[in-house]
Design a protein around this ligand. Structure first.
Ligand code: 48H
Length: 255
C-alpha cells in the first residue's frame, strides 16, 4: 500500500474534530491533568459520565512525574494503598503505613487508566475563564490554545458547556482564583500554607468539595482554596481527593 500524506492529515483533522465536537457539551469538565483529576476522570468515565479533561501542558500528569526533588519516587500512605492496587501500580512497603512507588510508572498508569476508561483528554489547552449562568452557577469553561497565552497572541477563546466543573489545577487553584477575582465575594481563596504533611493529608478530603454551585475543587487546589498546608511528595491525599471529587460530581448529576 502506498501511503498518502493527505489521507493522514484528513484522518487527524476529521477524527479530532468529531471528538472535539462531542466534547463541547459535557457532563463534567476537569481543569488540569494532575493525579487528582486523572483519578477523578477515570472514576467518572467508569461510571458512564461524559468526561472531558483539559491540560495546559504537552504532557498530562502534573507534578507526579518528578517525584521528590527529581528522584522519581512517590510515597503513598496506608489509606490510599488500595488505589495503587486498583491501578496495578507496583510498590514497596518502606515502613508500617508507608509505601514507595515509581512516580513514572504511577503517572503513566493514571493517564492510561483515565484515557482508556473513556475520558476525553485534551492537552495544550488552557482554561482561562468560566461561564456563569442559571442563577450564579458555573456552567462551563472558556478555553484557548496554550500557545496563545505563551506568545501573548490576541486570539479569542472558545467555550465548553459542562454541568459540573472540577478545578484540579494544583497549587495555584486557577479556576477558583479566577472566579474569586471576577466575582468578588463568590468564593474566598485563602492560599496554601507551609509544609505539614500530616495535617495536609488529613484535611484534604474535607477540603475537596463543591465550593461554588457547579464548581468542585480537588487535589492541591483544594488545600490552597481552604488555606491548608502542602504535603510534599506523598500522594495518597491527591488520589483520595480525586475519587471524592468524582463521587460529588456523580451525586450532583443524580447518577
Ligand atoms: C489547563 C491547567 C491550568 C489551566 C493548571 O499540580 P498538579 O499535579 O495537581 P494535583 O492537585 O493533581 O497534584 C498536586 C501534586 O502534583 C503536587 O503538586 C503536590 C502533592 N505537591 C505537594 C507540595 O508540597 O508541593 O497538576 C495540575 C495540572 C498541571 O498539569 C497544570 O499544567 C494544569 O493542572 N493546569 N491546565 N488550564 N488553567 N492550570
Amino acid at each position: 500500500m502506498e501511503l498518502d500524506e493527505i489521507t493522514i492529515t484528513r484522518a487527524i483533522i476529521e477524527d479530532f474534530t468529531s471528538d472535539f465536537l462531542q466534547s463541547i457539551d459535557t457532563d463534567v469538565a476537569l481543569v488540569g491533568g494532575g493525579p487528582a483529576n486523572l483519578i477523578a476522570a477515570r472514576t467518572l468515565a467508569r461510571a458512564g459520565v461524559k468526561t472531558v479533561l483539559f491540560e495546559r501542558k504537552l504532557e498530562v500528569g502534573g507534578g507526579m512525574w518528578g517525584g521528590g526533588m527529581m528522584m522519581p519516587r512517590i510515597v503513598v500512605q496506608e489509606e490510599a494503598r488500595h488505589i495503587l492496587d486498583d491501578l496495578g501500580v507496583r510498590y514497596r512497603k518502606y515502613e508500617e503505613g508507608y509505601y514507595v512507588a515509581d512516580s513514572i510508572e504511577c503517572t503513566g498508569k493514571l493517564i492510561y487508566e483515565a484515557a482508556s476508561s473513556g475520558a476525553s483528554i485534551y492537552n495544550l489547552i488552557s482554561v482561562e475563564d468560566v461561564m456563569i449562568r442559571e442563577g450564579d452557577a458555573v456552567t462551563g469553561l472558556v478555553i484557548n490554545r496554550t500557545i496563545v497565552d505563551m506568545q501573548k497572541l490576541h486570539v479569542d477563546p472558545i467555550t465548553i458547556r459542562a454541568k459540573v466543573v472540577i478545578d484540579g489545577t494544583g497549587h495555584d487553584a486557577e479556576i477558583c482564583t479566577t472566579l474569586s477575582r471576577k466575582i468578588p465575594g463568590a468564593l474566598h481563596v485563602a492560599g496554601e500554607k507551609p509544609m505539614w504533611a500530616d495535617v495536609a493529608e488529613r484535611i484534604i478530603l474535607d477540603n475537596t468539595k463543591e465550593v461554588y454551585p457547579g464548581l468542585i475543587v480537588t487535589g492541591m487546589a483544594a488545600n490552597a482554596v481552604a488555606g491548608a498546608p502542602r504535603m510534599g511528595p506523598i500522594f495518597g491525599g491527591m488520589l483520595l481527593s480525586g475519587e471524592k471529587a468524582a463521587q460529588i460530581a456523580i451525586a450532583k448529576l443524580g447518577l
